[in-house]
Design a protein around this ligand. Structure first.
Ligand SMILES: *Cc1c(COP(=O)(O)O)cnc(C)c1O
Length: 362
C-alpha cells in the first residue's frame, strides 16, 4: 500500500437551470426543519468492477433512475454518512472532522461487501457540492446544511452475492436548529424485546438495515409515551439509542460510555469525550449493564446521562422507562457545557486547536 495522494477526480458539472431564486431560497431557509428541503444539486460517482470509481458528476438534484431489480432494493446493500456544513461569521463554510466520516464510510462499506470510496474522493465530493450550492448553507444561529453521502448496489441482479455495480451520491438539506426553544431532556424507552443489531452483525456499520430494525421498537417507545428508544446488546449491556450514542457521568466526574461491537462509533461522542478528557475528566469505554445504570442513578453515583450524535449534538436524558419501571434521571451541567464547547468550535466561535474543521469553500 502506498500513501501517495490520489489525483483529484474530474467532475462534470451540469448546472440546474431550474434552481430556486435567491429570494425563494431565503424564504425556504427561514424555517427549514429537518430533511425535507434539498439543495439544487447532487453529486454522483459510479463504481463498476471494470472501471472502478468513474463518471464523477455534479448534476441537478432529482429522481434517480434504477432498475426494479437493483440489488439494494432486495438485499439492502447500502451505507450512508451524515455530517454538517457550518457558516462562520466571516462567511466561510466549514465542516467538522469529515475525514472521520470518510473513513467510517469505508469501514461500513467493507462490512457490507461494497467497494470503498477513497477518502480524498469523499472530501472532494463535499467541496464540489458546496462549490455549486454553498449559498444553501444557512446563516442563522443553530442552522446548518446537513450533508448526506450514501452508497448503494445498483446492479440489476436477483442472485445473492455482492453486486458488481454501485453508485455513490451526496445530497444536502438545510437544517434548522434541532431544538426549538432550548435543549429539552428526552424520555427513553428500554427495548427489551427487540435489538437493533447483534454480535457479529452490522451494528457498527452505518447502514439502513440497522435503522429499519429500529423503527418498530421506536414506535413502541412512542406508544409508551417516550421520545426515543435505547437498545441492549447481545450481552445484555446498554448499547445505544439507534441513532445516538450514550454517555454516563459519574459523581467523581468520570465519563463512561458503552463499548460493544454492535455500537456505531459516533464522531460526536469521540469529540465530546476528547474535550472532556482535556478538561481533566476520566473517560472509560467498557460494558455498562442495565443494573449498573439503574443502581447508579438510584444511589447517586451517576449524576447525568446524555445521548449524542451529529443531528442533535447532545441531548440530556431525563427519564428511563421500561416494562414495570420509570426512573427519573439526574440532570447536570456537564452535557450542556460540552455541547456548547463543541458547537462553539463547529461554528467558529472558539479556536479550533485540534484541527477538526475543514474549509469547504476555498
Ligand atoms: C450516525 C449514528 C450515530 C452518531 O454518530 P455521529 O458520528 O456522532 O453522528 C450513532 N448511532 C448510529 C446508529 C448512527 O447511525
Amino acid at each position: 500500500m502506498t500513501d501517495a495522494p490520489l489525483p483529484p477526480l474530474d467532475f462534470a458539472v451540469t448546472k440546474n437551470l431550474a434552481a430556486v431564486s435567491p429570494a425563494q431560497r431565503a424564504e425556504m431557509l427561514e424555517d427549514p426543519g429537518f430533511g425535507t428541503i434539498f439543495t439544487d444539486h447532487m453529486v454522483d460517482i459510479c463504481w463498476s468492477e471494470k472501471g472502478g470509481w468513474h463518471r464523477p458528476r455534479v448534476q441537478p438534484y432529482g429522481p434517480i433512475s434504477l432498475s426494479p431489480a437493483a440489488a439494494v432494493l432486495h438485499y439492502a446493500q447500502e451505507v450512508f454518512e451524515g455530517l454538517k456544513a457550518y457558516r462562520h461569521a466571516d462567511g466561510g463554510i466549514y465542516t467538522f472532522r469529515p475525514e472521520e466520516n470518510g473513513k467510517r464510510l469505508q469501514r461500513s462499506a467493507r462490512r457490507l461487501a461494497m467497494p470503498e470510496l477513497p477518502v480524498e474522493h469523499f472530501l472532494q465530493s463535499l467541496e464540489e457540492l458546496i462549490a455549486v450550492d454553498g449559498a444553501w448553507v444557512p446563516e442563522k444561529e443553530g442552522q446548518t446544511l446537513y450533508l448526506r453521502p450514501f452508497m448503494f448496489a445498483k446492479e440489476a441482479f436477483l442472485g445473492v452475492r455482492p453486486a458488481h455495480k454501485y453508485a455513490y451520491y451526496l445530497i444536502a438539506s438545510p437544517a434548522g436548529s434541532y431544538f426549538t426553544g432550548g435543549v429539552k431532556p428526552v424520555s427513553i424507552w428500554l427495548s427489551e424485546n427487540y435489538a437493533r443489531a447483534a454480535k457479529g452483525g452490522t451494528g457498527a456499520a452505518k447502514t439502513g438495515g440497522n435503522y429499519a430494525s429500529s423503527l418498530l421498537p421506536q414506535s413502541e417507545a412512542y406508544e409508551k409515551g417516550c421520545d426515543q428508544v435505547v437498545f441492549l446488546d447481545s450481552d445484555g449491556n446498554v448499547e445505544e439509542l439507534g441513532g445516538m450514542n450514550i454517555v454516563f457521568v459519574k459523581k467523581d466526574g468520570t465519563l463512561v460510555t458503552p463499548a460493544s461491537e454492535s455500537i456505531l462509533d459516533g464522531i460526536t461522542r469521540n469529540s465530546l469525550l476528547e474535550l472532556a478528557a482535556d478538561r481533566g475528566h476520566r473517560v472509560e469505554r467498557r460494558g455498562v449493564s442495565l443494573a449498573e445504570w439503574r443502581e447508579g442513578v438510584a444511589s447517586g453515583d451517576i449524576v447525568e446521562v446524555f445521548a449524542c450524535g451529529t443531528a442533535a449534538v447532545v441531548t440530556p436524558i431525563g427519564t428511563l422507562k421500561g416494562e414495570g419501571f420509570e426512573d427519573a434521571q439526574p440532570l447536570g451541567e456537564l452535557a450542556l457545557s460540552l455541547r456548547e464547547e463543541l458547537t462553539d468550535i463547529q461554528y467558529g466561535r472558539r479556536e479550533d486547536t485540534k484541527g477538526w474543521l475543514r474549509r469547504l469553500d476555498a
